[in-house]
Design a protein around this ligand. Structure first.
Ligand code: 6PG
Length: 246
């Protein structure tokens, strides 16, 4: 049940309306996840009817389990859909922590198994070594991503763009960035902020007060070194829809 939908239009210094930020509140994370699945399917249908194909980049983590269970049931021409990831932990594709494993087992099932999947993990020893091949796989999709579904952490990270990782947060000409391991965090590979911002639409889903505080902080500061989420809030390229349950 959607409680509130606010469309905030950013104005630049000349008062020109820029990128729309839409915020939708839901009573439960389940309701927000269903809405996310519906939005992703709607984006895919529109892209397929316009261009004959669609590219979705989806989040990893735990929340997507709720989204994927609804998304895989959507009536879509999945054979025209390419699915990739917003980011990946650098573990084998059959590892329980693998986002590829999550997508293959929880999303690409039934009719959705007809979709093409483009992995970020390529089997190399480190994400730094695997970066070039990942870059080539993303480039070979030869199409902007139609929608990037992002989760966020209570530290304000999105995809695998974490506070305190300046190299990963910098704008990149590359489509992917390697993110080194940190305390209780595996090495990862992430879409770069440039790739995320070049998508036609960014969809953010989160739940819980901690993440809501991080979201409000990100809206208050452009300091992406401490709050990478601000990278997608302070920009004038891509519409952002925020779906949240508190
Ligand atoms: C990952 C995700 C990551 C995730 C957030 C939220 O690989 O972990 O891409 O960015 O979206 O950490 O994760 P939860 O949904 O599990 O809270």
């Amino acid at each position: 049940m959607k409680f509130r939908r606010r469309l905030i239009l950013y104005k630049d210094d000349h008062g020109v309306i820029t990128v729309p930020l839409t915020e939708s509140d839901f009573a439960t994370i389940e309701a927000a996840a269903v809405a996310m699945a519906d939005k992703l399917a709607s984006v895919a249908r529109n892209s397929i009817s316009r261009d004959g194909q669609a590219v979705l980049a989806v989040s990893g983590g735990k929340t997507p389990l709720l989204v994927f269970s609804h998304l895989r049931q959507q009536d879509l021409d999945w054979s025209r859909v390419t699915v990739t990831l917003s980011d990946e932990r650098w573990v084998p594709a059959d590892h329980p922590d693998s986002n590829e494993n999550l997508v293959r087992t929880q999303l690409l099932q039934g009719p959705a198994s007809a979709a093409k999947f483009v992995p970020l993990f390529g089997g190399e020893a480190t994400p730094e070594i695997g970066l070039a091949a990942c870059e080539a796989r993303i480039s070979a999709m030869n199409r902007p991503i139609d929608a990037v579904y992002l989760g966020m952490g209570s530290d304000g990270h999105i995809a695998s763009l974490f506070p305190g990782e300046p190299a990963a947060l910098r704008s990149h000409r590359t489509k992917c960035v390697a993110v080194p391991a940190a305390q209780d965090r595996r090495p990862r590979l992430s879409l770069s902020i440039n790739t995320i911002l070049k998508a036609r639409e960014i969809l953010l889903l989160y739940a819980g007060q901690d993440k809501h505080i991080a979201y409000l902080n990100a809206k208050e500061t452009e300091d992406s070194s401490n709050n990478p989420l601000s990278l997608i809030l302070f920009q004038q390229e891509t519409p952002v829809s925020v779906l949240r349950a508190q």
